[in-house]
Every structure is written in structure tokens, then in C-alpha cells.
Design a protein around this ligand. Sequence first.
Ligand SMILES: *Cc1c(COP(=O)(O)O)cnc(C)c1O
Length: 423
Amino acid sequence: MLFENSLDFARRMDASDALASFRSRFHIPQHQGKDQVYLCGNSLGLQPKSAKDAIEQELKDWAELGVEGHFKGKNPWMYYHHFLTEKAAKVVGALPEEVVIMNNLTANLHLMMVSFYKPTASRYKIIMEGSAFPSDQYAMETQARFHGLNPDEAIVELKPREGEDTLRTEDILATIEAHKDSLAIVMMGGVNYLTGQAFDMEAITQKAHEVGAKVGFDLAHAAGNLHLKLHEWGPDFAVWCTYKYLNSGPGGTSGVFVHQRHANNPDLVRFAGWWGHDEESRFQMKKGFIPMKGAAGWQLSNAQIFPMAIHKASLDLFDEAGMQNLRAKSESLTAYLYFILAQFSEHLKVISPVNPQDRGCQLSIIVKSDGKRLFDFLESRGILPDWREPNVIRMSPVPMYNSFEDVYRVGEALQAYFNAAKN
Ligand SMILES: *Cc1c(COP(=O)(O)O)cnc(C)c1O
């Protein structure tokens, strides 16, 4: 694709974008009476306009039916997670029985580690990204301690080579090989939150399994961003949140994937609750935990209807748009942003991978001097990327509601900023 740094070009791209109308299904924050250029969908996705009706429906059923909403509501609360499973599974490329929506991300990560991280005297190591999201770092550190291990010995961190910003797949695979006899699990992001790098989950899974280790992915930055094929790639588990690319609201619910090969293994140890118990006999209130088949058997509590109602509304939009179509648009939208940023390469450096296959929609940049000042300038112009200490600006044009014109506007503002700096 040959890009042009012009408003006319950006508008032509938008005019031929089959997904362009989805933008009108979202509330776009306003800046001085105009749509803000919102580039923080990697942090908190925008609100689908349908979210309000979805919440109001449940408030209405609660008001009118009280406890009977569990069975007589429009979407009976008793079975609420069932209403989400199929569409959530499609978004991550899984079978419905491999997916359940429940809890929050970090809680789910711990629940999965309880089942899949079972260190022994000889096999106890966890391989993870060196600059993982802090919650994942704390989770892995305390998982090691929970098993009486010293995190400094148990955790192996993957680091980019000297002078490089992202990890090479060959180095990830070589690290797995180097620890093959002591490795218990590989637990890493699907997309790194800071650099936007997408990892080769299929190759990592294959290699981890080859050496007899388990593998799990935190898909916080991958779900709703990449075209995932979890069932086919075969990791043991995955977890994700729904408030980033999945637009399901602040603190929203989370997703869990457990591969089909574990679906019927009631011996897999887990921390259980009544909602994971066999649905047929759940209300007999008997002793003795019998897990539901598949990922549903990891549920603890009855469904959180309000965050799930928003997620349900949001998943309808993903189903309508199609993850494959979203990803196709995303590749070209982010390539356009890459092209625009490249015009300013004397002032800034893109640390995200150059190859579209190795990244999601996010591009992360380091400005040669005083990045925070540029960030503040962009914000004052109605462009909202995000700032990560000490020096990274992240920009995530998302295919569901961002436009090529949004991306053009970024270049226009950068031009104004660097021109002013010259004078
Ligand atoms: C956003 C994010 C989290 C946040 O965890 P919560 O439990 O949802 O607060 C954790 N890990 C990663 C990799 C993230 O990107």
C-alpha cells in the first residue's frame, strides 16, 4: 500500500473502509466541540452506545423481578455466562467449551497458575518477559513464593539483546531450550504492553510443550487486537481483560481459556467455587466438588451481571464486525501511523516491530528529547495517546472506532510541534 500524508488521502481511505460505520456505534470523547483523536483503546476502550441499554435491561429486571430475575429475567442471570461464551470464543479463536467469562484478569491468572504451575524439585522455573506488566510480575513472584520458592531462582526473564527494543523469537525459543530440564511453565503476554510486540504464540507453545513444560498467555493486549487462534495454537491456558480492546468498561470482567485437552480432567487441581460445580446438581448444595466440563469448571462465583451485560453488548459488535476484518483494517491503519511517524524520524524512534505480523495496533515511540512535553502538546490539541514512564508514548489506533483521518491528525499535530520547536 502506498500511503500519502494528506487529509484527502486519509478521507479516501475512510470512504472505502467497510468497517467505518462502527465508529458511530461508540461514544467518542469530545475536545473543544470536536471528536477527540482517541488513541488509548489499549488502555480503556471506548463505550459502545449499546452499553447503556444493556445495563438498563438488567436494572429493570432487578427492579421488577428481584431474585426471580435469575430465572425470569430477559437474560436469566442464572445462565448469564452462557450468553457470552460463544462470541468470546470466536474473538480468541477457541471452542466455546474452552472459554469462560468471569472475575478479573489478575485473579484469573492466579487461578490458572494454581492449576498449571505445579513445580517439583527439578522442574520449577517460570519463563516470562523481562518488562512484563507489573501485575503479572507480582503474580509470578508470589506464585513462586506460594510454592516455597525464591522468585530470583524460579523466574527466568526474557530480555531484548543489547541495543534492541523487542525480543527475537529465536531467543525466546533458545531460552526455553536452555532451561528445558528445569522449566515448569512459560507464562507471557501475547502482546507486550509497552512495546506493542506480538509474540509468536504458536512457536512458543510448540517449543514449551516439546520440552515438557506448560504454557499460558496473558492476552490483555492481544484479545480484540490480534486474530488469535488459541485452539489451534494449543497453549494450556490464556487469560485476558475486557476493558482494553474489548471495550467492556473500566474494571470490566475477564476471560479465561483452558485448552480442550484439559476439559475433561477433573483431577486437574484447582481452587473451586459453587459456580464451577456441575450445573445439574449445583443447587442440591451437596458436599463433593464435581467440576463442569471445560473452562466453566473454573468459575467461582455467580455471574457479575453488570460488567457482563456491557461485555455482552460489546461482543455483539465484535461478532458483527468479525475479528478477521478488524485485524485486516488494523494492519493498514497502524501501517499508516507507522508511515506518518516515519516522517519525523529525526525527532523520534518507533520501538514497536516494523513487521505488521509482529505487532498489534499499538505503536510505541521514544522522542529524542522531552517526550512528556510532546505528549502534553498532543493532548492540548485533542489527541490522546498515553504516556508510560520513563519515556514512552503509546499510540493505539483501533480498527473498531479509529479512522485514517485520526491518524492523519497525529501527523498534522507533530508537524506543528516540530515546526514550532525549530523556530
Ligand atoms: C492491563 C493489564 C493487567 C491489569 O490487570 P487487572 O487484573 O485487570 O487489573 C494485567 N496484566 C497485563 C499484561 C495487562 O496489560
